[in-house]
Design a binder for this molecule. Structure first.
Ligand code: ATR
Length: 274
């Protein structure tokens, strides 16, 4: 039987299997999708083991998105521009195609929420694979992005990757604390993995306000620690990444099966599971 899965570590919290189950029901496609926790030091072996044993498609999640990119035989244009993959499909029997549906998924959700327009000035927190995967579509949409990250060295690495693209700025975290009143952001996106362990990235609370949209790529049944902190500091419009998860999953499903599920219905339905 054809098998699909989300490969990552941790994956215990993942809602991807239930979302794909809903897609399968909606479209009438047989779609066996599970979650597989891959040992942190054994990605390469586990990745190929999955595809040698019936796996024909997978979502890749934290912290393997950059590693997976390197194992692909072919990548789509949007994966190439981001340098990370979150979706794999086996093509021509054995070849590995990598795609990135995170960026389009996030943009779609931000549009649904009316959190973004083509002139949005965005503060992006984080410089790992998750951040890297969403930058290109946001820039392409017309937005300005400023990247800050706990480790400045990693900020520089990600900026170097996008060196030929305009509208990307970066700041040292210390400078944001000192010069916070010089900057005005419409949208703040937390693309760090801090929420997984219940932590909050260290940013100045002064940049939050009632008219600043706050978004966390992470999701859980209540607000994430970051979003709770934003609300305490005056944010009125916040959202976790459940909508993005559903939108990116729909684009992965489309890559695998050629049918786009109705995400609006699923988002509405899914909320009832919480
Ligand atoms: P990966 O890059 O391994 O795929 P990721 O979730 O995309 O995983 O990236 C981890 C990001 O979360 C990094 O930006 C990391 O910051 P560092 O570069 O300083 O390591 C950030 N991060 C993780 N925990 C954090 C925390 N408690 N506070 C702030 N940033 C955190």
């Amino acid at each position: 039987m054809n098998i699909f899965a989300v490969l990552g570590n941790p994956v215990k919290h993942s809602k991807s299997p239930i979302i794909h189950q809903l897609f399968a029901k909606q479209t009438g496609i047989l779609h066996n999708y599970k979650k597989i926790c891959i040992p942190l030091n054994n990605f390469y072996k586990s990745f190929f083991h999955f595809f040698k044993n019936g796996g024909i498609g997978a979502n890749i999640t934290v912290p393997f998105k950059k590693k997976a990119y390197k194992l692909c035989d072919f990548v789509t244009k949007r994966a190439k521009y981001s340098g990370v993959v979150n979706t794999i499909k086996i093509i021509n029997s054995k070849k590995i195609l990598g795609d990135n549906t995170d960026g389009i998924g996030l943009l779609k959700d931000l549009q649904n929420l009316k959190f973004i327009n083509s002139k949005s000035n965005i503060l992006l927190i984080g410089a790992g694979g998750a951040a890297q995967g969403i930058i290109y579509p946001l820039i392409n949409f017309g937005c300005n992005i400023t990247i800050i990250n706990r480790t400045y060295q990693n900020t520089k690495k990600i900026v170097k990757f996008f060196k030929n693209i305009k509208n990307i700025n970066y700041l040292k975290l210390e400078d944001l604390f000192i010069f916070y009143n010089k900057f005005r952001y419409n949208l703040i996106i937390n693309a760090t993995s801090s929420s997984i362990k219940g932590n909050i990235p260290n940013i100045p609370s002064n940049i939050i306000g009632p008219d600043v949209f706050c978004y966390d790529l992470f999701y859980n049944s209540n607000n994430t620690p970051f979003l709770k902190w934003c609300i305490i500091n005056g944010a009125k419009k916040v959202s976790d990444g459940i909508g993005m998860l559903i939108e990116q999953a729909a684009h992965s499903f489309y890559l695998w099966h050629g049918i786009m599920p109705n995400t609006k219905l699923i988002i509405k339905k899914y909320k009832k599971y919480d």
